[in-house]
Each structure stands twice: as structure tokens, then as C-alpha cells.
Design a binder for this molecule. Structure first.
Ligand SMILES: [Zn+2]
Ligand SMILES: [Zn+2]
Length: 178
């Protein structure tokens, strides 16, 4: 049996990082096959480097890509998450400095297009997620699951017997009150 391992790669042409199990993987953005294997040691080296940085060096390497900027805006009000995002931005800049910018294969135009593409994917995913959440939070008929209903005033409370200004939902499909 042949179990292919999931390996992570960096594309020196466009800066894309991605996982693949293929024996001859190509970049999932620009299709380039001359890839660098992205190892845990490389990640550790970069993280050690960040830990030793002066605040100035950190600032100098703080470059938000469009996708990172998008998430950073979403995290407004959560300074802990924003700190993590800043570190991640510095991490990526160092990764590119080591394995992308200086590569003879590096292509700035493709690098920028890749960054833009990742941003658009992030926006799309975020919108999809928000829509699914909205759908999930919609009130649903407990009997048939329908989300369409009419509001009907409740004349009196069954608990107190007093008049009330509360409203009931009535399912348009099966007429269940809920
Ligand atoms: Zn690529
Ligand atoms: Zn119903």
C-alpha cells in the first residue's frame, strides 16, 4: 500500500503556501512545479527569529497582505487576536524574505495577484460563514422546520390569564403556533 504524506509547500514564484499529497505537486495558484518543501524546522527558525526581534525590527517586518488586513479589521476590539495577526504578518514577511523574494523564480506580478486572490477567497468564505450563521439562527417551525411564518398577536397569556401584547409565530406551511 502506498500512503502519501500530506506535505506543505512554498511556491517561490507567487509566494503561495499549500498542502499536497501529490508525488509531483504543482502550485494551486500558478501551477509552478518547482516548489520548496516547507518544514517544521523552517517554521521554528522563523519563530525563534521573531522572538529575538527588537520592537523596531518587528515594525520593519510588519507588512499586512490584503487577506491579513481583512482579518485584522474583523478582529477590531480584540487586541489579543490582533497581536496574533501582527505576528503572523511578520512571520509571512520573513518567510518570503527567506524563500521567495530572492528566488530566481520570483515574479512580483504573480505574487501580488496571488495575494489578491487569497483576499477574495477570504471575503467569500467569511460571507458564506455569515450567511450560514444567519440561516442557523432563523426561527424555525418546531414541527416542519419551515422558516416562513406570520406574526399573530397573542390575546392572552396561557400562564397568567392576563391580556398580553406578545405575538406568536404561525408557520405558513403547517399552521403550528410557536
Ligand atoms: Zn505559485
Ligand atoms: Zn410548520
Amino acid at each position: 500500500m502506498n500512503f502519501n504524506e500530506d506535505k506543505e509547500y512554498i511556491c517561490p514564484v507567487c509566494g503561495r503556501t499549500f498542502f499536497s499529497q501529490d508525488s509531483y505537486p504543482g502550485c494551486d495558484f500558478c501551477s509552478n512545479h518547482e516548489l520548496t518543501i516547507y518544514t517544521n524546522e523552517m517554521a521554528k527558525e522563523i519563530n525563534d527569529e521573531i522572538d529575538k526581534m527588537s520592537p523596531l525590527e518587528f515594525r520593519e517586518n510588519l507588512k499586512f497582505e490584503p487577506r491579513a488586513q481583512f482579518y485584522y479589521e474583523l478582529e477590531k476590539g480584540d487586541s489579543k487576536e490582533q497581536e496574533k495577526s501582527k505576528r503572523s504578518a511578520v512571520y509571512h514577511e520573513l518567510l518570503y524574505k527567506k524563500y521567495v523574494y530572492n528566488s530566481p523564480l520570483f515574479d512580483k506580478a504573480k505574487f501580488d495577484m496571488r495575494a489578491e486572490w487569497e483576499y477574495e477567497n477570504a471575503v467569500e468564505m467569511e460571507e458564506g460563514y455569515r450567511k450560514r450563521q444567519e440561516e442557523k439562527n432563523k426561527p424555525r417551525c418546531p414541527k416542519c422546520g419551515c422558516t416562513e411564518f406570520q406574526m399573530v398577536p397573542r390575546k392572552w397569556s396561557p400562564f397568567t390569564g392576563f391580556l398580553t401584547n406578545k405575538v406568536d409565530r404561525v408557520c405558513v406551511k403547517c399552521k403550528t403556533r410557536y
